[in-house]
Design a protein around this ligand. Structure first.
Ligand code: HEC
Length: 118
C-alpha cells in the first residue's frame, strides 16, 4: 500500500518531466541539422538509398537520441556515424532525433524479408 501511494505521488512528477523534455525540442532546428544525414538516411528518413543505412523515420525519438549519444561517447562504434555526431551538440541531437521521429515511416509495413533467415 505504501508503495502504491508513492507511485501515485511520483506519477505526476514523471509526466511533468516528459512534458518538459518535449518542450525543449526544436523541430525546425532538427530539420536544418538533418540535411547532411539525408544523403544516407534519405530525404524523408526512410533510407531508400541503400539497405545498409537504417531507416530513421518514425523510430522513437529517445531511441534515436540514445543511439547518437552512444556514437558520440564511443559506446556504439561505427566509423561513419562517429564522424557525423562529433559536430552535433546535445541539443542538436535531441532536435534531429525528434525531427526524424516525426517523419512518417513509409518503408516498414511488415517484417517480411527483414528478419534474419527469411
Ligand atoms: C555517409 C552515410 C551516413 C550519413 C551522412 C549519416 N549516417 Fe547515420 N548511419 C549510417 C550507417 C551506415 C548507420 C549504421 C551504423 C551501425 O551499424 O551502427 C547509421 C546509423 C544511424 C543511427 C542509428 C539507427 C538505428 O536504428 O540504430 C542514427 C540514429 C543515425 N544514423 C542518425 C544520423 C544522423 C542524425 C545523421 C546526420 C547528422 C546521420 N545519421 C548521417 C550512415 C550515415
Amino acid at each position: 500500500m505504501k508503495r502504491f501511494a508513492t507511485m501515485l505521488l511520483l506519477t505526476p512528477l514523471a509526466l511533468a518531466s516528459v512534458t518538459a523534455l518535449a518542450a525543449d525540442v526544436d523541430l525546425e532546428a532538427g530539420k536544418a541539422k538533418s540535411v547532411v544525414c539525408q544523403a544516407c538516411h534519405g530525404a524523408d528518413g526512410n533510407a531508400e538509398v541503400d539497405p545498409q543505412y537504417p531507416r530513421l523515420a518514425g523510430q522513437y525519438a529517445d531511441y534515436l537520441a540514445h543511439a547518437l549519444r552512444q556514437y558520440k561517447s564511443g559506446g556504439r562504434t561505427n566509423a561513419i556515424m562517429q564522424g557525423f555526431v562529433t559536430t552535433l551538440s546535445d541539443q542538436d541531437i535531441s532536435n534531429v532525433a525528434a525531427y526524424f521521429s516525426s517523419l512518417p515511416d513509409t518503408k516498414l509495413t511488415n517484417l517480411a524479408g527483414r528478419v534474419q533467415g527469411d
